[in-house]
Ligand binder design. Sequence first.
Ligand code: NA7
Length: 583
Amino acid sequence: MAVSAKDTLTERQPIDALIVGAGFAGMYMLHKLRGLGFNAKVVEAGSGVGGTWYWNRYPGARVDIQSLEYSFGFDEELEQEWRWSERYAPQPELLRYAEHVAERFDLKRDIQFNTKVTAAHWDEAGQVWNVQTDAGDPVRCRHLILATGCLSIPTDVTFPDLDTYKGDIYRTSRWPHEGVDFSGMRVGIIGTGSSAIQSIPIIAQQADHLTIFQRTPNYSMPAHNGPIPQADFEAWAKDPRAYRAASKDTVGGFQNEASEALATETAPEEIKAELERRWAWGGFRILGAFADTSIDPEANRIVQDFIAGKIREQVSDPAVADLLTPKDHPFGTKRPCVDTGYYATFNRPNVELVNLRAEPLVGFTPEGIETSAKTYAFDAVVLATGFDAMTGAIDRIDLRGVGGRRIKDHWAEGPRTYLGVMVAGFPNLFTITGPGSPSVLTNMINSIEQHVEWIADCLVALKQRQQTSIEASEEAEAAWCRHVAEAVTPSLLPQANSWYMGANVPGKPRMFMPYAGGLNTYTEICNQVAAKDYEGFIIRQGDRMLSESRTFTSHPPMGEIPEKLMPIIVERLTAAGLMPSPE
Ligand code: NA7
């Protein structure tokens, strides 16, 4: 009889590692640890692998980083045998890829599906985590690795009298596996983030009538999806290793032709030509056009105006174009969206835009949605209302570290981590792409590979020296949090009410959660920390302290900063108390 993950999870001996989540992070972590001889298992809430791509099955869901870069690079054969059909793979293809990876590396025998971790308590005497799931027996593991995803838990957003509504309700983040056919229906959708922007053009083609309830418009760039451009494919095929390495050695973990030119020092006609070229290329390429747009409001305004012009070009009704133009946040300070036909959809006769700023949403009625102006009747309503980003999935586990300290209390004023990988007071607990790491500001797959490999190296180093626990020191954690703040403060990023800041969840502490210093810099820091015998970590063997490094000194040298930007940067760092004020 085959032994399943479920049988082995309840072994009396603690397993080496329990990984929570079977998305790309959990799958690679399992494969990596297995290859190193660790006894590792995965628990996954869904009934299949794929994480984000398992849950987000809404129409039009697709990746917004080019697939050549948004795929694993850890195995050359895997890389060679898989061919993406489009520049930006759609969700079904990404899910097939996840399935292929699971099959290829025989991962499923160590994954227990349909199982949620509900609690995990650190047993100091035993130096193990006692983990409780909703599937029964507790599991004991030496290391607990949270591969729970950054955008996996939808916000708890609800609306008055939602339960009285008689039509169908769908959430983009929990889309039915069998799909939905909106033909002949009057459909309403709440939200205009990435999920809505991807699904609206497809739903509009099916539905009789589609009404979009917008509170805040977002910036969206065209994907220009289609076959992978020959030049890109050739650049990749010539030397996939070098291509991957080049992707990882960037701020965002993908190739973006990042320019060092300043928009404020470039002639208007050159700016226009450059922005047009990047707009025509599509996706996020425009983000790399000028080095000052993420810092200098004047430079940012130039790109904002360019995109506003593009919206006006695509939307025939000027009043609708104006409503679709973001005005409350600088470009790039909320996650920009990548679309296929979003703005043109508003030219369709069956599409209507409702501005919730002018007529606020009052609640639901049995027939549909009521705003302060009128009631809209619908056969179906789609909620594309976003996620409790980065901390949501971790917060929902009753996680208790040394002395019973709860993660929720430790994070009461915002998530505190060391390197975005470990938390002081929570030994042997690792997060993959957790808060304090570059994660959602980057190509997630490249961030995932970096984390998995760093964590695996760390576990090997511990095992070789028969060390039983590793824990971030309070001091190193505080120093890292300060560095995370230093990295983001010079930029415009904190100026938006974004989910990066926790601003979309009522009561969530406001703190910029991801590390904005770039994947390349971050990787260098993590490598330095490891090379310095895990600087900033406390390492124990049983109850014997073996090494106690409490500092974090591995700051990389600051890159060259254009002189023109220095006054802005100094002013922001000083105002935030991160730099002494000049006397
Ligand atoms: P987002 O980007 O957080 O978008 C959620 C949208 O829902 C956004 O337009 C919100 O408007 C809107 N929203 C949320 N709550 C409400 C209420 N109560 N009333 C009206 N409108 C509301 O989530 P997505 O799923 O689209 O994208 C998440 C990420 O996934 C994306 O960035 C990519 O990385 C992939 P608001 O802006 O709050 O006014």
